[in-house]
Write a protein that binds this ligand. Structure first.
Ligand code: HEM
Length: 436
């Protein structure tokens, strides 16, 4: 696709919404402010939304930070996901989007399963879920421990490691490579794809960011097509994803889109779980002490980190017909923004919701992995990765400290840190990464 067509697509999908949100935000609309904030305090905006009601209307979109509303909408079969070409946009913009498809995998465009409705979604999910069965996850658990211990060894000899680049990013990349049957020399490339593709989850990104993301996705496409060709030519790996490629259940476009989704969904999120966990635990030494005294608390600590600092902050659904939710009428085709990070701080569900409490009894009721038919396929794996990585790090380096204030990534939807420069302090020799 030529540059002019790509720029036209950017304009329709991001440029026009960006300008519109800027105007609305200046008029004090908290939904528009949320969608263009990034660096400013998202949680205070979410409280503004909460103060206005359970479902809040902005001129073109509904929004909610209410736990019960978000959960209900996510589980209600009358609601579906909406691809950009199907959004309620002025007809010329819709036409432009439909005509300028660059044909590269994009985590928020069909046929990536997260943005596809049944019946296609059911078919994709059934196929891809084979890589995430309890048996498959059990098989990956030993590899998670092995990679974590290698990383611990590596950072222990790195002067002033950055716990994002040198630790938090490295574990999910190695595990996704395992799932997709990709070789170790693909890690730097996957990191690059994740980095350039992550802003695609935001609305209203600037032209350069969009262009770089699409170019990154083009590289993903070329690389994966070649990888799949090799698998079909007789080198299928011994894993469910490779077998699915080899047996021809999906077209190339479906495969690349869903493999790229797994790279993005599995990597850019888990990095943030680990990074956010490091910061929260360092900010709350008394909670860390409880974990040292009672390691059985690790699984619940992970739920509490996911709740309080949700790596994915929002999603959206659109009803196919007129519906009534929380006593509010929503017309067919009206999109509802679901602010998962806000729902996870709903005081009606979580007592003292801004408090970080690793013993919180109902921490697991969070919606950090969404709910309903698109609920995260990698949730069990992410929980294992988060607990293994954080436990190994804090047990091996009990005097770990950051040497600079943590820097936020500045994305809107994905919530995490860009750098965590650290001094590890003395190393405990008897560190053991036990199953959590
Ligand atoms: C802490 C880490 C993670 C978080 C917070 C997270 C969050 C989410 C959320 C919120 C959704 C639903 C999005 C929506 O409905 O719009 C989702 C879907 C998904 N996630 Fe995760 N995720 C994480 C890790 C992973 C991992 C490790 C993998 C795989 C390796 C993965 C694969 C997927 C897939 C394939 C979907 C699409 C499911 C569908 O559409 O049916 N995720 N994730």
């Amino acid at each position: 696709m030529n540059r002019v067509a790509l720029r036209a697509r950017w304009l329709a999908m991001h440029g026009v919404p960006r300008a519109y949100f800027a105007v609305q935000a200046r008029r004090g609309d908290p939904l528009a402010q949320m969608l263009r904030s990034g660096a400013i305090d998202r949680y205070s905006l979410m409280e503004d939304i909460r103060a206005r009601g359970r479902l809040v209307r902005s001129p073109h979109v509904w929004g909610s930070v209410d736990h019960a509303v978000c959960r209900e909408v996510l589980r209600d079969k009358r609601f579906g996901v909406t691809a950009p070409s199907e959004m309620e946009l002025p007809p010329p913009l819709k036409k432009l989007i439909a005509k300028t498809d660059p044909g590269v995998p994009n985590p928020v465009e069909p046929p990536a399963m997260v943005i596809v409705n049944p019946p296609d979604h059911t078919r994709y999910r059934h196929l891809v879920a084979q890589s995430f069965t309890p048996r498959a996850i059990d098989g990956l658990e030993a590899r998670v421990t092995e990679v974590t211990m290698e990383l611990i060894e590596r950072i222990s000899t790195t002067p002033n490691p950055d716990l994002i680049a040198d630790f938090a990013t490295q574990l999910p990349v190695a595990i996704i490579a395992e799932i997709l049957g990709l070789p170790a020399d693909s890690y730097p490339r996957m990191l690059q794809w994740g980095h350039s593709g992550a802003p695609l989850l935001d609305v209203g990104i600037d032209w350069k960011t969009y262009r770089d993301a699409v170019n990154g996705m083009r590289d993903v496409d070329d690389y994966l097509i070649e990888h799949f060709r090799k698998l079909r030519a007789g080198q299928p790996g011994d894993n469910p994803f490779s077998r699915m490629v080899a047996d021809g259940s999906m077209t190339d476009r479906e495969l690349t889109a869903n493999a790229a989704l797994i790279v993005g969904a599995g990597f850019e999120t888990t990095v943030n779980l680990i990074g956010n966990g490091i910061v929260l635990l360092l900010q709350h030494p008394e909670q860390l002490r409880q974990l040292h005294d009672n390691p059985d608390l690790w699984p619940n600590a992970i739920e509490e980190i996911l709740r309080l600092a949700s790596p994915v902050q929002m999603t959206a659904r659109t009803p196919a017909c007129d519906v009534e939710i929380a006593g509010t009428h929503i017309g067919a085709g009206n999109m509802v923004g679901l602010f998962l990070g806000g729902a996870n701080r709903d005081p009606n569900v979580f007592t003292d919701p801004t408090k970080f409490d690793i013993t919180r009894i109902n921490a697991r009721e969070h919606l950090a992995f969404a709910s309903g038919i698109h609920a995260c396929l990698g949730a069990a794996l992410a929980r294992i990765e988060g607990a293994t990585a954080l436990r190994a790090l804090f047990e091996t380096f009990p005097n770990l400290r950051l040497t600079a204030p943590p820097e936020r990534r500045g994305l809107i939807n994905l919530h995490g840190y860009t750098r965590l420069p650290a001094q590890l302090g003395g190393r405990r020799t008897t560190s053991a990464v036990l199953p959590v």
